[in-house]
Ligand binder design. Structure first.
Ligand SMILES: C[S@@+](CC[C@H](N)C(=O)[O-])C[C@H]1O[C@@H](n2cnc3c(N)ncnc32)[C@H](O)[C@@H]1O
Ligand code: SF4
Length: 304
């Protein structure tokens, strides 16, 4: 085996795995690319086995996402389980269920909380979110100030409904960053045309040119780290476990399923045969890591 081949076999292709622990959510965002349906997600024991396996396949970080992971009564147990096996833990939540009780119980196990914000005002937010979502996210951000060790990420899928508002959302995120000791990131997504529901995409999507122009307009605003995710970047970026425990590697408009995650013997082999763009994924994941200098987990070292 060449040295290069040996390196490839030692280092996992995936740094972060998104575990969609439920499809349940209080919102019905028209662009939602999360899983829909899945009325019987995996039970707690299976979810914990998936979490352990996410660690042993070499990933360093887990993202609990959905739907809204806080719709699962056992989410705290899953978060503690992920921390116990040494994973960095991110929580991508809708925000309206994030309360002080949850934070008190789980803050010590959370590295990052990600919240969606579709507008800088209730009026803009309401175009794609339910009434009250904007206020709920503001409340969640307020609560998170008491936990500066938890990074905060605000995310906006850019659509025709909020394209003109993104500079104001960024200003809001910058103002928040000035009032907290936590690291604050802002993820700007070019809403991606992949969903499990019927969608009139023409009413929603912004073009590559519009997205690039927005990025140029906001290029000099650097008080928070802004991460621009256009269609090209977003495609083939993620490795996911869906609520039924299946491995999904989305490509273009398709959710490609590779069967039960727990049945997969060699994840790297599956990923190598999929369209997953490991190099882009690893570069993207490093951006959020608290220890970006650490190499991606070495499976052989951990097994030994
Ligand atoms: C599927 S959601 C699940 C977590 C939580 N419910 C939320 O919305 O943050 C995860 C992230 O994907 C983003 N998102 C959802 N649909 C999208 C799409 N079609 N294109 C780009 N981003 C999308 C959301 O804004 C959110 O930041
Ligand atoms: S809040 Fe998140 S999971 Fe819920 S519908 Fe919107 S994008 Fe989908």
């Amino acid at each position: 085996m060449s040295a290069e081949a040996a390196d490839r076999s030692a280092v996992a292709q995936v740094a972060t795995i998104d575990f969609h622990v439920t499809a349940e959510c209080s919102q019905e965002c028209p662009y939602c690319w999360g899983p829909q349906g899945f009325e019987e997600p995996v039970d707690t024991n299976t979810a914990l086995a998936i979490i352990r396996r996410i660690r042993t396949v070499g990933a360093r970080r887990i993202v609990f996402t959905g739907g809204d992971p806080l719709q699962r009564p056992d989410v705290g147990e899953l978060i503690h389980g992920a921390r116990a096996v040494g994973l960095e833990v991110a929580l991508s939540t809708t925000g309206d269920r994030l309360d002080s009780e949850f934070l008190e119980a789980n803050a010590g196990c959370l590295d990052l909380v990600s919240l969606p914000l579709d507008g800088s005002t209730e009026e803009v937010s309401c175009r794609t979110k339910e009434p009250g979502h904007y206020a709920a996210v503001m409340g969640a951000l307020e609560l998170l100030r008491a936990y500066p060790a938890i990074d905060v990420k605000v995310c906006t899928p850019v659509t025709r409904h909020n394209l003109a508002d993104v500079p104001y959302i960024l200003r809001l995120v910058e103002m928040y960053a000035e009032t907290t000791a936590a690291r604050v990131f802002y993820n700007v997504f070019q809403a991606f045309p992949r969903t499990m529901q019927e969608v009139e995409w023409e009413d929603l999507l912004v073009s590559a040119e519009e997205f690039a122009a927005l990025r140029r307009e906001l290029a000099k605003r650097r008080r928070v780290r802004v991460n621009w995710l256009d269609h090209e970047t977003l495609d083939r970026l993620y490795v996911m476990v869906f609520p039924d425990g299946s491995l999904v590697v989305p490509q273009g408009t398709e959710y490609r399923s590779y069967g039960p995650f727990l049945d997969i013997v060699d994840l790297d082999d599956v990923l190598a045969r999929s369209a997953f763009d490991s190099a882009r994924h690893l570069a993207h994941s490093r951006g959020w890591s608290k220890n970006p200098e650490l190499p991606v987990a070495d499976r052989r070292a951990r097994r030994g």
